[in-house]
Each structure stands twice: as C-alpha cells, then as structure tokens.
Write a protein that binds this ligand. Sequence first.
Ligand SMILES: [Zn+2]
Length: 380
Amino acid sequence: MYKGIKCKIYPNKKQKELIDMTFGHTRFVWNEMLNMMNTRYKNNQSLKPLKRTQLSVLLTQLKREYTWLKDVDSVAIQCSVLTLFETFDRFFKKQCKYPKFKSKKHVSQSYTSTIRGNNIRFNENQRYIKLPKLNWVKCRSSIQHIENERIKSVTVKRKSSGQYEISLLVESENQTLHKTGKSVGIDLGLTDLAILSDGQRFKSQKLHLKYQNQLHYWEKRMARRRLQAKKQGVSLIDAKNYQKAKQQVARIHEKITNTRNDYIHKITTYLVENYDTIALEDLKVINMIKNHKLARSIANQSWQKFKMLIQYKCDRYDKRAIIVNPYKTSQMCSNCGYDSGKKTLDIRKWSCPKCRIEHDRDINAAKNILKIGLGQALVK
Ligand SMILES: [Zn+2]
C-alpha cells in the first residue's frame, strides 16, 4: 500500500534554476524518444513495440550525444523514459491514448525521481528535505512525522502559481496492530540502549567509538584551517580547505544520526508490535561520563528520539505510551518497594536488604518504571 504526501518546498535561486532545468531535460528526453518511436512506427508498422531494455540502450545513446543531460538528476531522466515506456504499454493494451509530446508552454511542469540509497530524506525536524542533485531544500509538510525509510519516490512540481511542491510516494503502514495483552517498562541506558522489564536488552551501538577518531581528525583540521584563513585574511566562505573539512565533519555527524535513527526505529517498531502498554522514563540528564562529549550527545539524542518515536508509534497504532518520572526508579526494590538509597553507577547488581531478592540494576529500574507507569494509567 502506498500513499502520496504533498509538501510545499521553498528552493533558493540556484535550486530553482536546477529544478527548471530538470523539467526541460526530462521533457527533452521524453519528446526525443517519442519522436524516435513515431518514426520507427511509420517506417514499419508491423514492428513490435520496444522493450524496456531497448529503451535504456537508446537513452544511453541519447546521453552520449547530448552530454548536457548529465547536468541534472539522472534518475529523473530514467523515470521519464520509463513513464513513456509504460504509457506505450498501456496504449497497446488499449488502456490509454497514444502518448503526446510535452510542451514547454504548459504552465505546470514536473519530474519524478525514485529513491537510491537515502538520497531522498527529511532532516531531523522535517524543515528540510534532501532531494537528488538539489541537496537540502527548505520545506513545509502538513504531516508531522514521515519516516524516511518509507519514502519511495518524489515528484517535483512547479504549479501554475509559480510555487513549487513535491509529492512523495510513501509506503503506508499497517494502521492497526493486534493486541498482545502485554505491558513493558523500559530503562534507557548507556551500555545497553534499552533494558526491558522482562529482561530483554538492546545493546548500545557505541557509535562514538566508531566515529570519534574520524571526527577528531577532521575537527582538528577544521580548526587549524580556520586559523590559517584568518592569518591570510581570507574569508571563511572562500577558504576552500576549511570548507572541505567542515563538510567532512557534517558528513560524519549525519552518518551517526542516520545509523542511530535506523536502529531506534527497529527497536521501537518491535516494541509497539509486541506490547500494548509501554512505560518509559522521562528524559534524564547525564552528568556522568565527563570528557566524553560525543558519547554523551549521542546518548541524549538517542533517548530523545526513542521517547519521541515510542509516543508517535503508540499513538499511530493505538497502543499506549506512559511517561514516568525517573525519581528513585533505580534505588527502589521492584519487589517490595523498599528504598535502599542511592547506588553509584558501578553497582550493577544488588540484593534488597528487606526482601533479600537479587536485582540487576537496570532490569530492576525497568520493573519500577512499569509499576509506576501502570499506577499512573489507573489514575488517569
Ligand atoms: Zn525488596
């Protein structure tokens, strides 16, 4: 099941030029191909319609002849040919009229491009969308949260008003999930990203370890090159080496964010599929792991995203999310409720002085979170 989502975009001057150029180039390819097919048909009416692969060969030739076709998104060009092929196919099946030439004069113009890797995606707050060849374009979407993984293709349109919009083809989700009758409490942590009250653990990806050297390398270069530019009196915008380092830093951060989000999506989907009520701690601030800025920021962002996605997905699939105050959840005994005081982070296991039960620190916390959450659910 797919659905279309429309979204206004606000391209800058350069992006507008590139979009307009893509309209022109895709239209050119469509018309050239259509012309070829027409001639072919006129010359010999008994010829069979061209196959999809034959069309791609023709496209390659066309690209060789008109090298400027390379200036725009190549997938959009391919899509144009593919649509022409499909139109012909439908025509021969008597499902539609014979394809027409496209006119430059037509007020509304459009082109379509399909997903390759993650070349079409929203940024974190969904204010920008990355589009093939155009890079980040400012946008405004009416729908709150669109999962990047579900985007299949984009159609960029210039409306007759001169405004630009895109419509995204998005794989739609299964809207109702069956009820399992199960509830779970979740403790979010560092070594394990999520610990469930039933003992399941989802390991932390340790992305800071994977990327900190790379990041450090480019951050140092960025700082040095900034100084260098200053000394030479070059403005930072013109300092090419500085800009390159800056881009590298941004790229690494982007990579971390993408990997992190994919992982959290997987876990949260698993959770809403398997539990009806999910209790989660409200965000705590980490004041430990000093001198570890990257690890701390990744953990904070992960927890934030986790909470956001759990709330969003529960809402969507008709499950229940309960946010619990983290107060004392790691020092109370989940069995008898006895508060045996603060425990430093190095204490992973302890036994309750009152009921003597053995506790794993995190699972005990997750159990408390579930208990408090279910209590809150009864009150509300
Ligand atoms: Zn106890």
